[in-house]
Design a protein around this ligand. Structure first.
Ligand code: SF4
Length: 280
């Protein structure tokens, strides 16, 4: 049984929070570079170049790439032969967020109660999903999820007879409603199947995959390519200024569902697609 100490988790998470906000991942930067080459709209190209410049300044000056430093969302894969000592996993993740946001001078974006809306003052509590897996590793995926894109995300309980056409219609309608408000170019996370709550989780989970990585299921990978191509024909473009780069990637995760159900969830991620991963 491997032991992982509470303080190790805190230290890793603290630095993940800072790195996520200061350093846009290589996958996203590569997608921007390739979009600049392919974008036909001069305004779209200009916006993409500005996003690259913005990310470079953030990295060089160790400042957040966006004023919205996001909600810390974790997907934790906890090996069943891994034992966390010195405190609880949830406390360690929240303490890491507390430290990272304070030491990195990152904006606190969490209110304690959705009605009274008092800022908690340390960017906690985080949103934490834990999956129990084989082995003794503790893998922590973290994203700093922006509010603008999250606000434009949607879920619909379709009928099985709506089929693939109904799924596509819902996805494209969501992107059109979002327009510039989700800060495109987007990474579009799509959950298909499961039930009401797991469908939303599938969409969120898909966003933890690196940009450019296709689903390992060939049929689902084909859907990702197809959705991406059609989304990029909507003309919304970078920051909604027009162009062919509305999305830099589309991710799809699917799950088994009830015979009477076809839930679909679309979780949007903005151009500040900040995700980090550590294996302890
Ligand atoms: S949605 Fe993303 S890019 Fe837009 S303000 Fe929030 S973090 Fe920044």
């Amino acid at each position: 049984m491997k032991k992982v100490h509470y303080q190790d988790i805190v230290a890793h998470v603290s630095s993940m929070c800072e790195e996520a906000n200061f350093e846009l991942g290589e996958d996203v930067m590569n997608a921007f570079q390739s979009a600049v080459r392919e974008e036909k709209s001069p305004m779209g190209k200009e916006v993409l170049n500005q996003l690259i410049e913005n990310a470079n300044i953030a990295s060089a000056e160790r400042v957040p790439m966006c004023q919205d430093t996001g909600v810390s969302v974790f997907l934790v894969e906890l090996g069943q032969d891994c034992h966390i000592v010195g405190g609880s996993l949830h406390d360690a993740l929240n303490e890491g967020v507390r430290r990272g946001y304070e030491e990195g001078y990152l904006r606190y974006s969490i209110v304690d109660d959705p009605i009274n809306r008092k800022n908690t003052g340390d960017n906690t509590p985080s949103i934490i999903h834990v999956e129990l897996v084989e082995g003794d590793n503790l893998t922590i995926h973290m994203t700093a999820k922006g509010g603008g894109a999250e606000n434009m995300s949607r879920l619909q309980m379709l009928k099985p007879s709506d089929g693939l056409e109904g799924i596509k219609e819902f996805i494209f309608e969501t992107i059109k409603i979002a327009g510039p408000n989700a800060c495109p170019p987007l990474v579009v996370g799509v959950g298909i199947g499961g039930n009401f709550e797991t469908c939303a989780y599938l969409a969120k989970k898909s966003l933890f995959r690196p940009v450019g990585e296709r689903n390992s299921n060939v049929e689902v990978a084909k859907l990702e390519e197809e959705f991406m191509s059609e989304i990029n024909q909507l003309g919304i473009g970078p920051q909604g200024m027009g162009g062919s780069t509305t999305a830099i990637d589309v991710k799809v995760e699917t799950g088994a569902s009830h015979i009477a159900a076809l839930p679909v969830a679309v979780n949007l991620n903005c151009h500040a697609s900040r995700h980090k991963k550590v294996i302890i």
